[in-house]
Every structure is written in structure tokens, then in C-alpha cells.
Design a protein around this ligand. Structure first.
Ligand SMILES: Nc1ncnc2c1ncn2[C@@H]1O[C@H](COP(=O)(O)OP(=O)(O)OP(=O)(O)O)[C@@H](O)[C@H]1O
Ligand SMILES: [Mg+2]
Length: 508
């Protein structure tokens, strides 16, 4: 626990209304100096809105923010910074071509940029030492990994003297090792008497890093608990109001024959750089094969080659016994493969249609024949995913982003034929929706579908996969059975350190 325990920042009766939505409906929150305070809640519960109010990005419609007990009026993030409150957003706000030191100094109005270069460099090094944020002040942002860029964002707020740091889903983009190192930094900040607010959907890590946890639902706070006195299951229940099954799911019977095979697939980018290198794998009927890796290591390219969206420059792709190498997406689909990309909004949602009608769009039976079944299907999806909507007839136009994702996922996962390629299916979804998606994928597996699950979220890959492959710089560098996969080993392989233990891209 931290040094001082006085109040750092609190919210009293915060109300924030958007057209048609009460995002915060009278929220009270107390974050003390010396603690890491996690903020949990379902999609749309109002976490990011609250954080934006606390940092001065949004002005509340009612209620007040207090810093060390005194009410403050924050009209902008600059006001927030002046009161020692800073935020690390999920999408970094760094200038790629500038160095670390330049980015840290950028927008700091306390001193002229040119005069301070040396001081900034020293400050970056000092802060890095003190909080476990090793970073080369002279490095260019473009050359840094995502985890390193996040360190720069944190150093930037520390350099500005932040006493309260808010982080909105900071680990969504990190390897397990990077996440552990972030947690060490957050603990060091708390030990130094600062306050940290940490938003996450990953309950395990919340319990590891936080001192206290506040849970929100529907714009309200439903409770605040000490992390030491609670469990993942209790937190899940507080969030969604019912029990959630997050236990790993594996195939119950041995897989059948291969439904998807890649043989020595190469892909060269337009710049002549190799994006995929000798990728050999197969997915058999009734199994889920997980592909883990840090973003940008060829996941998207792999999915696109399989789905027919780009032609490999070498090797073969076989779907359901048919060679579809270089064939267009329609031919791949006809061979029995469905692809659910990470960017699911492009997969065809008719905003003017109801949830029920959107769910029927890709079904084989003509939907006008069976309104009652369509309505029942839609109701099951709305309940299962806890979609916030007035009912099956609600237009999808009125749904929040996360809830639109849920409708699309439900439709694509259920409609898929014999091979399903799905990218990051639960990214950004809350714990109830995660359990529902896992059930859907597990059900497809039991139906004999072969699933290629591509995800940066190792928890997701480990919870579902019968086999796990690690993709690093376009090559498969590790393969493990799902239940035998060791978190540290996977994380190291994802970071490129496991290359020595590689299976050479071939199946063992
Ligand atoms: N700028 C905005 N304009 C309109 N509605 C908004 C805006 N920001 C948030 N909302 C709505 O307010 C509600 C709360 O959103 P918020 O982003 O705070 O949720 P969250 O808890 O961060 O969810 P998630 O876990 O999905 O990130 C949602 O219904 C959302 O659609
Ligand atoms: Mg959010």
C-alpha cells in the first residue's frame, strides 16, 4: 500500500447526459493518494465518461470534482493538468517523427521547447529510473513498440507533475511482460503517494494491481470493494448482476480431418517486405486453433490471405479440400469459410433495420417466413449479450458502438459454415459478453466447425484454444497444446525471445 492515505480526487454526484443517454447518473468516487483504484463495469456503464469528467475533457451536467477535498472546475484537460490530473488514452497522442524527449516537452507551456532539450532528456531518464519506465530519450517514436510508446505517455504526464493518473484500458495492447512492467510502474507511483485510476475489462489483472475496485453499472456505482477481499467471480457478478462462467473451454472429443490447411505461405507487402514467412498450419474439424501475437506481427495479413482478401506470394491455402490459393473472397466463402474481421463494422449492418432483421440478413431461410423465430433469436441474443436496447424491433442505428459489435458478432458466429476465422472477437467487450462469445465459439466447435482464432488477448486465446500458435514477425515461432501453454513462455515468444524454442513453423 502507499505512503499517504489522504483524499486525492473525488467525484460527487456526477451527472453526464448525452442525447438520449444518461452516461453518468450521479456518480460518487473516492480515489486516495497511495492507491491504485480500478474502475470496472459493463460496456456502456459510463467508465470512460467518468474518467473524461475527472480529467477535464467533459464538463458534468451536475455534481462536482474535488481535488484533495476542494471543489475544482475543470474546463479542459489543461485545467486538469494544472490540478495534477492526467490521463493516458487508449490511442496514444504522440508525434511519430519526433523523439521521446521532444514528445515529452511538446505542448508543455511552462518553458520554451528549445532551451529545455537537455533538461527534458535528463528528466526523462530520471523519471524512467524512479518509476521503472526505461526509455531512450533520443529514440524516435516511430521506432518504439506499443509498450514503449505507452511508457512515453506515462513519462509525459509525470514530467508535467501529475499526482492523479487515469489510464483507460491500458493493457489491451500489451504483451503479458509489458503489462507486468506497467503494473510495477503503477505500484511505484502509488508507493510514491500518487493516485492511479485504472480502467480494465480484465478482472485477473485488476485483482493483481489494484488496492480497491469501484464497479459501475448503467451510469451508477454499484459498489466499491478492497481487491484483497474479493474474487474474479464476485467482481463479474457485481458487474453484470449474475454469475458468469469464465472457465477455459476445450474440445471434448478428438478433432476430425483438416478443414483449413496452409502450406509454407509467404506474403510480401507492396514495399517488398515480407509480411508472412513460411506459415504452415492446419485447423481440423471440431477444434479451435488460437494464433497469439503482438499487433503488427502478421495477424491481419494471415487472416486476409486465408479469407481471399490478398493473394499469397508463395505457398498454398486449402479450404475444405479445395485449393483456394489466390482465389477471391467469394470462392473462399463458397468453399465453406467465414471471416469475422476485427473491424466488424464493414461486414454489413443495415442501420435502419431492427436488431431482429439484421440478425436474419445472412440466414438461409427467408426471414419473412418466420417472424416469430426471428424475434425469438433476437431476444436470445439481446439477453445473452446484455444488449442495451428496447427490444428485437429496436433499430440498430440507436445502439452504442459496443452493442453494435455484439449484434454483428452474434450473426457472424452463428451463420459461419465449416471454417471460421475470427479476429479479436471479444476486444473491448465486457465480461458478460465475453462469456457469451466464448459459448458461441465453443458451440460452433462442438458442431464440428474448425475455428482459427486470431487475437492479441492471451487470456482469450488460452481460454478457448485446443492448440496455440505464436506469430512473430510473420512466422510461427511456437506451438503448444492449449492446456499446456505457459503464460511466460507464450509472452516471451510473442516478444521475439522465444524464437530459439521455435518449432520452425511446422506442426510438431
Ligand atoms: N460522446 C458521446 N456522445 C453520445 N453518447 C455517448 C458519448 N460518450 C459516451 N456515450 C454513451 O454513454 C454511455 C457510457 O459510455 P462510456 O464510453 O462511458 O462507457 P464505458 O463504461 O467506458 O464502456 P466500454 O467498456 O464499452 O468502454 C454509453 O451508452 C455511450 O453510448
Ligand atoms: Mg470505455
Amino acid at each position: 500500500m502507499g505512503a499517504a492515505a489522504g483524499p486525492a480526487i473525488s467525484a460527487r454526484g456526477i451527472v453526464k447526459v448525452f442525447p438520449g443517454v444518461v452516461a453518468n447518473a450521479g456518480v460518487d468516487l473516492d480515489v486516495r493518494r497511495g492507491e491504485v483504484h480500478a474502475l470496472l463495469g459493463e460496456n456502456g456503464a459510463g467508465k470512460s465518461t467518468l474518467a473524461s469528467v475527472l480529467v477535464g475533457l467533459y464538463q458534468p451536467d451536475a455534481g462536482e470534482v474535488r481535488v484533495d477535498g476542494a471543489p475544482v472546475r475543470l474546463r479542459s484537460p489543461r485545467d486538469g493538468l494544472a490540478h495534477g490530473i492526467g490521463m493516458v488514452h487508449q490511442h496514444f497522442r504522440l508525434v511519430d517523427r519526433f523523439t521521446v524527449a521532444e514528445n515529452v516537452a511538446l505542448g508543455d507551456h511552462r518553458q520554451p521547447l528549445l532551451l529545455s532539450a537537455d533538461r527534458v532528456r535528463r528528466a526523462v531518464a530520471e523519471l524512467g529510473d524512479r518509476y521503472g519506465l526505461p526509455i531512450d530519450p533520443a529514440a524516435r517514436i516511430a521506432d518504439l513498440s506499443v509498450g514503449e510508446q505507452q511508457r512515453v505517455e506515462i513519462v509525459k504526464t509525470l514530467y508535467r507533475g501529475v499526482e492523479v493518473l487515469l489510464l483507460d484500458e491500458p493493457t489491451a495492447v500489451l504483451t503479458p511482460q509489458e503489462a507486468e512492467s506497467l503494473f510495477a510502474t503503477l505500484r511505484a507511483m502509488a508507493a510514491d503517494g500518487k493516485a492511479v485510476v485504472f480502467i480494465s475489462h480484465k478482472l485477473g489483472e485488476v485483482l493483481r494491481v489494484a488496492d480497491r475496485v469501484t464497479v459501475m453499472r448503467d451510469g451508477h456505482v454499484v459498489g466499491a470493494v478492497a481487491a484483497a477481499g474479493t474474487t474474479v467471480h464476485e467482481l463479474a457478478r457485481m458487474m453484470v448482476g449474475r454469475d458468469v462462467d469464465l472457465s477455459p473451454r476445450r474440445a471434448e472429443s478428438p478433432p476430425g480431418g483438416p478443414v483449413l490447411t496452409l502450406e509454407a505461405v509467404d506474403l510480401e507487402g507492396p514495399d517488398g517486405r515480407r509480411r508472412l514467412h513460411g506459415v504452415t498450419l492446419d485447423v481440423r474439424a471440431g477444434e479451435i486453433v488460437g494464433v497469439a501475437g503482438v499487433a503488427g506481427n502478421g495477424q491481419r495479413e494471415l487472416a486476409e490471405v486465408v479469407a481471399g482478401l490478398s493473394a499469397p506470394t508463395g505457398g498454398r491455402v486449402v479450404v475444405g479440400g479445395r485449393d483456394v490459393t489466390g482465389r477471391p473472397p467469394g470462392a473462399v466463402r463458397a468453399a465453406g469459410l467465414a471471416y469475422v474481421p476485427e473491424d466488424r463494422l464493414g461486414t454489413g449492418l443495415a442501420p435502419g433495420l431492427s436488431i431482429a432483421d439484421n440478425l436474419q440478413l445472412t440466414k438461409r431461410r427467408p426471414f419473412f417466413l418466420d417472424r416469430r423465430a426471428a424475434t425469438a433469436d433476437a431476444r436470445a441474443v439481446i439477453d445473452g449479450f446484455s444488449i442495451k436496447a428496447t427490444g428485437p424491433d429496436a433499430a440498430t442505428r440507436g445502439l452504442s458502438g459496443g452493442n453494435v459489435q455484439k449484434v454483428l458478432l452474434a450473426r457472424e458466429l452463428e451463420a459461419g459454415p465449416s471454417v471460421l476465422v475470427v479476429a479479436s472477437p471479444t476486444r473491448g467487450l465486457d465480461v458478460g459478453a465475453i462469456a457469451f462469445v466464448r459459448d458461441l465459439l465453443d458451440r460452433r466447435r462442438r458442431d464440428g466447425c474448425g475455428v482459427l482464432l486470431i487475437s492479441e488477448d492471451l487470456d482469450e486465446v488460452r481460454a478457448l484454444s485446443d492448440r496455440i500458435l505464436v506469430l512473430y514477425e510473420g512466422a510461427i515461432v511456437l506451438e503448444r497444446a492449449g492446456e499446456a501453454a505457459d503464460l511466460t513462455e507464450l509472452g516471451l515468444a510473442m516478444a521475439g525471445a522465444g524464437a530459439a524454442a521455435a518449432t520452425g513453423g511446422a506442426r510438431p
